[in-house]
Design a protein around this ligand. Sequence first.
Ligand code: NAD
Length: 503
Amino acid sequence: MKMDQIDDILPDGRLFLAGEWREGTGAEITSVFPADGRVNRVLRGASAADGQEAIARAKAVQADPAWRVLKPHERARHLYRIADGIEANIDRISMIQSCDTGKTLRETAALAASAAGTFRYYGAVLETMDDELTAQRADSLTLSVHEPLGLVAAITPWNSPIASDAQKVAPALAAGNAVLLKPASWSPLTALELARIVEEAGLPRGLFSVLPGAGREIGNLLVEHPDIARVSFTGGTSTGRMIARKAAEKLMPVSLELGGKSPTIVFDDADMDLALAGVLFGIFSSSGQSCIAGSRLFVQRGVYDTFVGRLVAATRALRVGHPFDAATQVAPLIHEDHRREVAAHVAAALEAGAELLCGGAAPEGDAYAGGSYYLPTILAGVKNTDRICREEVFGPVLAVLPFDDEEDVIAQANDNDYGLACGIWTSDFRKAWRVGRAIRSGTIWHNTYKQFSISTPFGGEGDSGTGREKGRQGLRAYMAQKSFYTDMTGAPHPWAADTVRAT
Ligand code: NAD
């Protein structure tokens, strides 16, 4: 596809405000193609006033029984139609997302396919999730039922737009809510494309809004507004912490999927080829812009030199290139500003005494001109307490450390504020079980990394957040549980029975 043809498929930049396409009235935001710095779109983001309007309209539509009390199998049909719409448009979504984020087309196509799967899964969960008849303690029928919360705000980051959007929007809609989605300002276009698909799928107008715009403006409004019953947030830890404070003030439930500094552990009995491929994929795929990036690598001393030697050679051989080139493994970072931040982390680590094994710079040559590329980078000679091992870089930067034994590596892996993911490479599954159970982390991967299933819960510990998404219970996170008792005796309550008989 030529660049001028791409322009035809990019969303025009209008917001999707409760079923209506219109210009925002908030601060300007710019979507840039990270491979060459070309501007995709300049758009006016949503203002607080736009948000107020979307909330008011969503409230009216959500309260309408036509949506609120729709039978599960009927509401599920809406989700199946959205899934079909995404699947029918995978190439288009993939192209828009690659322009918006600089990710490879291969990756964005996989993200779009997974988003379709998420909508289909939550349609199926909705159809098959039962309420409970609970054990009786008296002559009454006792039920635990679930109802929609009302209005849900989904606030998402830029690194995997359509997948993280779907992970929130699908269960929230399935649960019978209205959803207001605020994508990140560096990647507003993918969510607007999702809005087009949702509209085409015939979801009642007003139930879904896509409101890109500044976090401090529209993001803030969504968090603070009294009609928003839940915020589902994915993003950085400092933003998440601020949202949690505001949620506490409102006594509003919130789920927070935050940052990570995930350890990857290679024991000396690991299958080295398997571990090598897994470690490379774990840190350098998505150019390291992944919450679960395996950014701290612990290698057992017996194999340290051999393994790290091979790792550096393999890293140098990774193909850094254009997102549209099918051979590319490492595409540009999201934005020039982000590349500067990544480079600053590396510079600070080198100043603090780290040894640069490879990378540590932008690639040179015409092919990279104007793009925000950064070479896959490995640093050694660091301590687990150094800043480079504690702070999330969110780029293709790996810190490598040796370890002695199980006890040592468990202590080092756990000596960190984050607790999102961990990879363990060993041929001994009992060892993987012992170590995996001892490490504070929402997800453990043994002899694999970054593998996901929508049926399996996901979330973090510590500074990586709170709450879980995905899985069957992921639907319940967007519902209010209600207990319902019906008397089966037909007799007046003994406490007042005499009094009643006497009157
Ligand atoms: P960010 O925290 O800067 O922004 C995330 C979202 O929050 C954006 O939409 C942003 O506009 C919005 N926001 C900013 N200020 C706000 C405010 N005051 N009120 C409400 N909303 C506000 O994060 P980012 O740079 O877009 O994304 C990168 C971060 O996301 C990394 O830390 C990464 O680890 C994390 N992340 C976590 C997961 C996970 O599942 N744990 C997944 C992907 C990314």
